[in-house]
Design a protein around this ligand. Structure first.
Ligand SMILES: [Zn+2]
Length: 285
């Protein structure tokens, strides 16, 4: 296959892969949209449980005040009945005091009881609101979840289509080249949004990382006999004619040579290609 055709296929593959990787990333990211809603719901439920505990406590207190009130009432009623059968002034005074004391207690317990009843009514209202809110949030969450499932399913279908297109292109390309190419696109996507795996070399400069490449290296790209990767950013290079004034890089002695490049590779690059990716980030822009 002619080099031009290979490059054309790589460009097509690049678009397909970029889109595929974006879809794959979306599929991972989309469910995170639910986190906030799930947190809100968890907080609402926690607050409901706390209110419920408060309610139980208030209910117990209410029962206690009701009993105390009944006791005080019956004590007063008993004393009032005894008024009919007393004989002495002393007995009268004692009973009168008892009635008076009980009545005072009754008044206090009645107040306590009313306070608890008001509190219970208040809590009851709050719990009703809370329940309504929880139901609403649950419904919204379920709806959002269903929506997300549809969204993800659609993206998966789209990915399948892209894979088909990808598979139609790859048999004509070298598998090792494809492997490197995919990795570049995937990695570069994190930085710039769209992954570029194939760029031109123009005026001796890689248009992917803007590094000046040695003359011999640029010439080998120009000859177009094999696939050449940029030694700095690992992208596949194709030759593009320089515009006026850019030509000088080819004749410039300061632009470096392949010998310099070899030194760099030894000093800064690890044999592991993953390392190469990290190092390259420093060279960019
Ligand atoms: Zn480069």
């Amino acid at each position: 296959m002619a080099m031009d055709e290979v490059f054309e296929n790589l460009r097509k593959l690049q678009d397909i892969l970029s889109e595929k990787f974006t879809m794959e990333k979306d599929i991972q990211e989309i469910p995170k949209q639910l986190v906030t809603k799930e947190e809100v719901l968890a907080r609402l439920k926690k607050s409901f449980i706390e209110k419920n505990q408060e309610y139980e406590k208030a209910k117990t207190a209410e029962g206690e005040f009701r009993n105390l009130l009944m006791d005080a009432e019956s004590l007063r009623e008993k004393a009032e009945k005894n008024m009919d059968v007393i004989n002495t002034q002393r007995e009268y005074e004692a009973l009168d005091k008892e009635i008076h004391d009980s009545a005072e207690k009754e008044q206090q317990y009645r107040k306590d009881l009313q306070r608890e009843e008001r509190f219970l009514a208040e809590l009851d209202e709050q719990m009703k609101q809370s329940t309504a809110l929880i139901e609403q949030q649950e419904a919204e969450l379920a709806e959002r979840r269903a929506g997300i499932e549809v969204e993800i399913a659609e993206k998966k279908v789209k990915i399948e289509e892209l894979v088909k297109q990808e598979n139609a292109l790859t048999p004509d390309l070298d598998s090792e080249v494809i492997f490197k190419f995919e990795r570049i696109i995937r990695n570069k996507e994190d930085n710039s949004g769209k992954g570029l795996g194939i760029v031109s070399i123009k005026g001796g400069v890689c248009q992917g990382c803007h590094m000046i490449l040695p003359v011999q290296f640029a010439n080998s790209v120009r000859q177009g006999e094999e696939i050449v990767f940029c030694p700095y950013c690992s992208r596949i290079l194709f030759y593009e004619e320089a515009e006026e004034g850019e030509e000088e890089f080819f004749d410039n002695d300061d632009s470096g040579s392949l010998a310099d490049l070899d030194d760099m590779e030894e000093d800064d690059y690890d044999d592991d290609e993953e390392e190469e990716e990290k190092v390259n980030i420093n060279f960019e822009e």
